[in-house]
Design a protein around this ligand. Structure first.
Ligand code: CTP
Ligand code: CA
Length: 236
């Protein structure tokens, strides 16, 4: 894209993007959370605005300073905290959307019970372990339910290589498991991904085949991803 003159290839398209990280309450003052900065999701929303889309950002625990420029640019920003709230906001907006991008880091589990009073420290008697239950998989649900015909559903996967497989092998398995049209696989750890300045993303389709690779700033990755998504939109 020519610097400063974004093409309007998303004009008239309605997109919903989730960003940030969900928090699951342990008690009124504590939560289980994650280190997602929300910057990749915000960059996706900014890029979509610049390309003419009508943008709804479902912002999980993002500071005003990060979302304000989007509100100023005309996007709708819906603040949420827990996975249940994020799920409700995304599913509420999805039936009107041509594209849904799940860039948020969603907690896989939440405490089974949330006491209404703060858990107190009792000297020498640590509290019982926190029992966890599984959260719904918002992305997999969107891919299975298809709340709007022809909607493009896009996921993100932050992966690390381990004994069970490389970053890309994990990404391919996840692409097949989720059923999203596109999965943006991001290598994390060792200065990559979460909080980092340079990102390296491989975009897979629902069969786990590589569609494209994009490296650069979060904004450059965002524009590369929209390039890939735009092709899915025009091919329908
Ligand atoms: N996701 C979701 N709902 C969840 C968990 C994840 O919608 N309960 C979405 C994320 O927003 C992301 C994609 O699924 O777009 C992949 O998330 P990830 O955590 O990488 O996948 P998981 O299936 O949870 O696998 P794991 O954490 O074991 O790697
Ligand atoms: Ca997960």
């Amino acid at each position: 894209h020519t610097a400063g003159v974004a093409s309007q290839d998303l004009a008239g398209r309605r997109v919903v993007i989730s960003a940030g990280g969900t928090r699951e309450a342990i008690d009124p003052v504590r939560f289980i959370g994650n280190r997602s900065s929300g910057r990749q999701g915000v960059a996706l929303a900014e890029a979509a605005c610049a390309r003419g889309a009508e943008v709804t950002l479902v912002a999980a625990n993002l500071p005003e300073s990060l979302t304000h420029p989007l509100t100023a640019a005309g996007a709708t920003v819906v603040g949420v905290s827990s996975t249940a709230e994020l799920r409700q906001a995304v599913r509420g907006a999805a039936p009107g959307a041509d594209v849904v991008v799940m860039a948020a880091a969603v907690a896989d589990f939440r405490p089974a019970r949330t006491p209404t009073a703060k858990i107190k420290k009792v000297a020498g008697a640590p509290p019982a372990p926190i029992e966890l239950v599984e959260n719904p998989d918002v992305l997999a649900e969107l891919a299975a339910d298809r709340l709007r015909a022809g909607q493009v559903v896009v996921g993100f996967a932050a992966e690390t290589g381990d004994d069970a497989g490389s970053v890309l092998e994990h990404g391919r398995a996840k692409a097949l498991r989720k059923g999203a049209d596109l999965l943006a696989v991001n290598a994390v750890g060792e200065g990559l991904g979460f909080g980092a300045e340079i990102n390296d993303v491989t975009v897979l389709d629902s069969r786990g085949e590589t569609v494209t690779s994009v490296a650069g700033s979060k904004r450059e990755v965002a524009d590369g991803l929209w390039d890939a998504i735009a092709k899915y939109l025009t091919s329908m």
